[in-house]
Write a protein that binds this ligand. Structure first.
Ligand code: ADP
Length: 397
């Protein structure tokens, strides 16, 4: 359209002016055309510069507009980011880093992140840029682990500070879990191997050999129990089960009947107060409440002396709108500092105290996991030397 218009204008000009004037006009038209072309080209290059990812690399870092651009960009991230110069002084910070460390432009980063391990590692990076990835711990009371990642970018060094606490803890927990499991399996296995070697000697009487076989048998069962508990724990942690309606009274009675003889044998009196639970129903995964009750009853029996009493109550707490099952013993009790730990996997209070009682410290871990999966919880209270009470709470919606 523009070209057609130009041709028409030129034709009109030819008819009005002489040849010399037309040449001059054409010269100026070409000149202005060239200038416009050059201007448009610069502008389009500029646009390209600001719309491509390469733009960042090409842009001039001293340009105020670039700093603002970087600032805007890094403000989108929800972890601290610092742009440092070659002396590791802070030049640009994102909002999250200002929130965590305050606004500290022009200060060396080592005077802003004051954790000893960070300062040591950033010093290493200064000497050797290969040390551009490191972890450090923040001391008490935070007890956090952070990960630093440093990358060169134009004339900047970009430092990202990532919260690594969870990854670090879960890695540590996994290692601990594996160490505990290996230890728990190794102990009975060594006993089994030891007795098997002894039997091979043929030096002992039939009676003696029989007693060795009994030990082998009980240790094998111990190992099987541990493996069953591990499988149960993994099942509870990973499987989502459909809940069914469960009658509280019937379930508790079923568990208690399994234990009656064992309580009698140890001369521990078992008292129940369950009448008010006869018509109470809860939504729970099939068989899981039996596992919870069996764990609590077997602990009450194991950690009680003879001639003491274990009481099991169940009732509807109208005030709190919840159903409660309580297993209360007059056993050895648990100190307050151990109370928070006994639900951890493999935790056993004072192993020497428990030496004669079989167990791997998994029962309460399974119990709490099952209860959590079913929307319930456990409250544990205890008086060292006097006894403990384990209260299962089923909130009613
Ligand atoms: P365990 O197989 O060792 O009994 P649990 O997870 O059931 O494993 O219990 C963890 C620890 O908590 C036990 O080793 C014991 O020290 C303590 N404990 C649990 N129940 C009782 C209780 N009723 N009285 C005293 N201590 C208990």
């Amino acid at each position: 359209m523009i070209i057609i218009a130009l041709i028409l204008i030129n034709l009109i000009l030819i008819s009005f002016f002489n040849f010399k004037t037309i040449l001059i006009i054409l010269f100026f038209e070409c000149l202005s055309g060239l200038i416009s072309f050059a201007f448009l080209k610069r502008k389009s290059l500029g646009l390209y510069k600001f719309s491509s990812s390469q733009r960042i690399d090409n842009s001039n870092i001293n340009d105020i507009q670039s700093d603002k651009y970087y600032q805007k960009l890094i403000d989108h991230f929800d972890f601290p980011i610092f742009f440092l110069d070659k002396n590791l002084e802070i030049k640009i910070q994102n909002n999250q880093s200002i929130l965590s460390y305050g606004k500290n432009t022009s200060l060396p980063v080592s005077s802003v992140i004051r954790d000893y391990e960070f300062i040591e590692n950033i010093g290493k990076f200064k000497k050797n840029p290969k040390f551009n990835n490191f972890i450090w711990k923040k001391e008490l009371p935070e007890r956090k682990t952070y990960k630093a990642q440093l990358k060169y970018f134009n004339n900047f060094i970009v430092l990202q500070v990532l919260d690594f606490t969870q990854e670090n803890n879960s890695k540590k927990n996994q290692e601990l879990y594996l160490t505990n499991l290996t230890h728990e399996l190794k102990t009975p296995l060594s006993v089994i191997i030891g007795y098997l070697e002894t039997i091979n000697f043929h030096e002992f009487s039939l009676e003696e050999n029989k007693s060795f076989i009994q030990i082998i048998n009980s240790k094998s069962f111990e190992m099987k129990n541990l493996i069953d508990q591990m499988l149960k724990l993994s099942e509870v942690e990973n499987l989502v089960k459909t809940k069914i309606k469960i009658n509280v009274f019937e379930t508790i009675n079923r568990s208690i009947n399994n234990y009656r003889e064992l309580f009698k044998k140890k001369s521990v009196t078992l008292i129940t107060d369950l009448d008010s639970s006869k018509n109470l129903f809860i939504d729970f995964a099939p068989n899981d409440l039996d596992i919870v009750l069996n764990n609590l009853l077997s602990n009450a029996l194991n950690y009680s002396e003879s001639n003491t009493t274990v009481t099991v109550f169940a009732n509807l707490n109208i005030k709190k709108n919840q159903i409660e099952i309580i297993v209360k013993d007059q056993g050895i009790g648990i100190s307050s500092d151990n109370l928070t730990k006994i639900t951890e996997k493999f935790y056993r209070v004072d192993k020497s105290r428990n030496n004669l009682i079989q167990g791997h410290g998994l029962g309460l871990a399974i119990t709490t996991e099952i209860l959590a999966k079913n929307g319930c919880r456990i409250d544990i209270s205890s008086d060292l030397g006097k006894g403990s009470a384990f209260k299962i709470i089923f909130p009613l919606s």
